[in-house]
Each structure stands twice: as C-alpha cells, then as structure tokens.
Design a protein. Structure first.
Length: 398
C-alpha cells in the first residue's frame, strides 16, 4: 500500500512537472515571437514602412498562402479545376484544428479546399491539396520551398502545408509581403477568392477569422495566422482610389492589437501615397496618361487595380477644364494650319518604282508627313497645356 501510494504520488508529481515544462516552453515560445511589419506599394514596389522586416519568425497559418499559391498555379495550368473532387486521406482527416472536420474517405472540391483555407484556416483542407499536388505532404513541402526561392523568399522555410507548430518553419515580414503580392500579380482571376468572409460547406456556414476585413475600408484579403511560437500574424491587402497596398504584421500580442496595428499601418501607407513626391512630380508632367502607363509598367501587380493609378493635377477642376478647352482649340488650329500647308505644297513625284512621293513642307515622304500630323494631334495639347501651366504659375505668389 505504501509503495503504491509513493508510486501514485511520484506519477502525479511527474505529470505536474511535465505540464509545467510545457507551460514554460509555451511562454518561452511566445516571448520569442518578434513584432515585425512591412507595408508595400503595389504600383511601384516601394516599401512605405517597415519594422524588423528581416527578423526571422514563424509563419503560422500564413503558410497556407504558399499552399494556395501552388493550388492557383495548378488551376491556371489546367492540372486542377475548382469543381474537381479530391479524396480525404486518414492523414488529412487527422490534422489538428482548426479544420473543416473532414473524414477519411470523404471527397471535397478544390474550391471548398481553397475557401476553407482562406476563411477557416483549415489544416485538413490544406493537407488534402498538398497530397493531391505533391503525392505526399513531404514532397509538397519541397515544392513550396522551391517556389519560395523562385519568388525571392530567401529567409523562408516551410515545414508543412498548413503551418501547424514546427520548429523548422521560418519566415520574415518582407518574404511574406513578396508572397502576398505574387498571389495578386500571378493569379488575377483567382486572387479575388481572398475576399471571401464566409461560405457554405456541407450545409453549414463557415465563417472566416479575418475580422479586420469587415471593418477596414477597401480591405479584400488575405490571411490570418496564430501559434504560441509565432504570435498573431496577419497579411492584408487593401484598395483605395484604385491603388493597392500590401501589409504584413508578425508577432502580434493579440488578435485585436494586431488588427489595430495593421489598420494604422495601412492608413499611414495610403496617406503617404497621396502625398508622395512621385505623384507631385507626375502632377507636373504634360501627359497624365504617360505617367499612368509608366507606373503600370513598373507595377509588380498585373491586375486592373494596378492599371488605375490616379495622377494628381496641379490646378483646380474649373481651371483645368478651361485650360483643356483652350489647348484643344489651339491644337485644332495647329492641325488645320498644317493641313493647309500640306495641301498647298507642290508634291514632286519621282519614279513610282524607285522613289516615294515627297512632302515639300517637311521634306519627308507623304506617309511620314501624315504620321507627323498624327503625332502633332496627340502631343500638341500636352505641350500647350504645359506652356499654360508655366505661364500661370509664374504669376502666382508663394
């Protein structure tokens, strides 16, 4: 009896000791989480703000952004379809929460897997896709890391398709911003799925974890994440006035503080964009459309959002309208004058087989002269507008 009492007391003390070690380990993991952030301008690729952006931390469920990237890649290549049904293995069904509650032998569509990862951060859905595309989760993880290197994610290593706690996974805020922007750049048709807040699955409503998206104006994705080791992570993207920003926060102390930090970072980013010296310079250029095309060409995002970069103008609307009317009238007069000169000029015709007709006005072929006339019609308004702006600005006082 005495021996049994000692044995049970020892067992109880041993279990308490193990529990204490686990608790302390969890606290140490939480303390290890680094608070890091970065905000990226999609139109120029410029970093608007950053803090500890290259400090290594755990990605948690932001890992699923890469799982979704490879899924979108397979959809784009025709290797998968959204309505295709995938089998659920015992391994996928055994994943720890959060999950959709998939059962072994069940099937689930690719669409529901993607929406399950985006909203519920479903670990079982991520594993189903991984096993389909990689044959096994381990091989899929190799594909994830290879793709990460192609995207320039040099400080990231994935250890699973879901982001469940693993000491071997790592990332940085900068790397995650690259992945986030690549999702919208490379898959403009599929990336709107990140705006999903809830969806119906097997007769029940599955709601998302990204609560900031419901209260932040213009936010339409991406992904939340949490583990004790990583803290509260969030990758977000938002559009205002046709301009898209990406933000990443790692190591938040709570979901609320992380969301508030993200909202403030994006607010600052949009304010910084509106007062950017780049836009001020663009405002003084004679051709707003040209500035628009340059920014679109520089943009790492190949979507409509990147092609609608607004360019500020230097004058009030009333002044701009009157100026444009004047420049259009002057341009029309210039084109008419050129046409009269061209018609009055004697065109010397040489041999039809060896030489082209020549315009006496510009000493060019008639075809070249007509091209020059079209160029005048495009650029004369801009040149006159620039001249008008300089004339008015010289009359203004500081």
């Amino acid at each position: 009896m005495y021996v049994k009492f000692i044995s049970s007391s020892w067992r109880r003390g041993w279990l308490q000791g193990i529990a204490m070690l686990l608790l302390l380990g969890g606290l140490q993991q939480t303390a290890r989480a680094v608070q890091a952030s970065l905000v990226l301008d999609s139109s120029t690729g410029r970093v608007l703000s950053e803090k500890n952006a290259d400090e290594v931390d755990h990605p948690a469920s932001l890992t699923k952004m890469m799982t979704i990237y490879l899924t979108f890649q397979a959809l784009q290549a025709g290797h998968l379809t959204l309505d295709q049904k995938l089998p659920v293995s015992a391994h996928a069904a055994s994943m720890a929460p959060t999950k959709l509650g998939l059962r072994r032998g069940q099937t689930i569509t690719v669409r529901d897997c993607v929406l399950g990862m985006i909203t519920k951060s479903a670990n079982d859905a991520a594993t189903v896709v991984a096993e389909k595309l990689g044959g096994s989760e381990n091989h899929f993880v190799e594909m994830m890391n290879a793709q990460g290197l192609l995207l320039g994610m040099s400080h990231t290593h994935f250890a699973s398709a879901s982001g469940l706690p693993n000491p071997d996974d790592s990332t940085t805020a900068r790397d995650m911003s690259r992945l986030a922007s690549a999702l919208y750049r490379d898959f403009p048709r599929q990336s709107p799925m990140f705006a999903t807040r809830e969806f119906k699955f097997c007769g029940r409503l599955v709601r998302g974890h990204n609560h900031l998206m419901a209260r932040y104006e213009g936010m339409d994705g991406l992904k939340t994440g949490y583990t004790a080791a990583a803290g509260f992570n969030l990758a977000s993207t938002a559009v205002r006035d046709g301009h898209r920003l990406f933000g990443v926060v790692l190591g938040g102390k709570s979901a609320r503080s992380r969301d508030n930090q993200m909202a403030q970072l994006l607010d600052d980013g949009f304010e910084q964009w509106q007062t950017s010296p780049t836009l001020i310079v663009a405002a003084g250029k004679p051709e707003p459309r040209m500035a628009h095309n340059v920014l679109a060409a520089l943009s790492p995002i190949g979507t409509a959002e990147a092609e609608t970069v607004p360019v500020a103008m230097p004058h009030r609307k009333a002044v701009r309208h009157s100026s444009m009317k004047r420049t259009k009238a002057l341009a029309s007069a210039a084109r008419t004058a050129h046409g009269k000169r061209h018609r009055k000029t004697t065109v010397r015709m040489a041999s039809a087989q060896s030489k082209q007709a020549s315009c006496g006005t510009h000493r060019k072929s008639t075809r070249a002269c007509s091209v020059r006339a079209r160029v005048h019609s495009r650029h004369e308004p801009a040149r006159l507008a620039q001249h008008d702006v300089k004339t008015r600005s010289s009359k203004q006082t500081d």
